[in-house]
Design a protein around this ligand. Structure first.
Ligand code: FE2
Length: 186
């Protein structure tokens, strides 16, 4: 079975089902979906439902049903592929929020199964994820980066990835803001 149309309410139901045992992660995903809706004008109209679906589903790799490599962006993308979600949605989940930097630092192979489209949707998804806190509350990007670095530790693989991932996330957020400002003055 393949899912031909990306329908946000279907993504929401699936995220809520898969993350039922992880209420904090579920609340975070709802927060990211809310932020994605706020930022959706930064992507083309035809991609807005895709962005919302990716926001709801980006962290389903934490679900027990997804457990494979232990690297949640890849596990989530593989689960969604098995469930028949479109390749573009799966790839956005695989590469969300600079996952390639973390995969490299942690020595996780497999991410190349999914292309990184490096698009306006990629940027908006990263920006939404990085401005929703662990319980979905709104946070500033720098707050989120500082909190995550503190939680993992500077000497961890996360800390190593942070050196290249943080500038990438700041650049993505700046591109989103620039797209929104361009619209505002148009
Ligand atoms: Fe997230």
């Amino acid at each position: 079975m393949t899912i031909d149309h990306v329908v946000p309410v279907r993504a929401r139901w699936l995220a809520e089902e898969l993350l039922a045992d992880l209420p904090q992660r579920r609340a975070h995903s709802a927060g990211v979906a809310g932020r994605a809706a706020e930022l959706s004008a930064a992507v083309s109209r035809v991609d807005r439902d895709l962005l919302l679906c990716a926001a709801w589903l980006h962290d389903v790799g934490y679900a027990a049903a997804a457990l494979d490599t232990g690297f949640h962006p890849l596990d989530g993308a593989r689960l969604l592929r098995r469930l028949g979600w479109p390749p573009r949605l799966c790839a956005l989940v695989a590469h969300h929020s600079g996952a390639a930097f973390l995969a490299q630092a942690q020595g996780v192979p497999g991410l190349a199964e999914f292309p990184d489209e490096a698009s306006a949707v990629t940027d908006a998804l990263a920006s939404a994820d990085q401005t929703a806190g662990v319980c979905g509350e709104p946070v500033f990007l720098e707050e989120r980066l500082t909190e995550a670095l503190g939680r993992h530790g500077a000497s961890s693989a996360y800390g190593q990835a942070h050196l290249r991932r943080a500038p990438y996330l700041r650049a993505a957020a700046a591109r989103v803001q620039s797209r929104l400002l361009t619209l505002a003055v148009a």
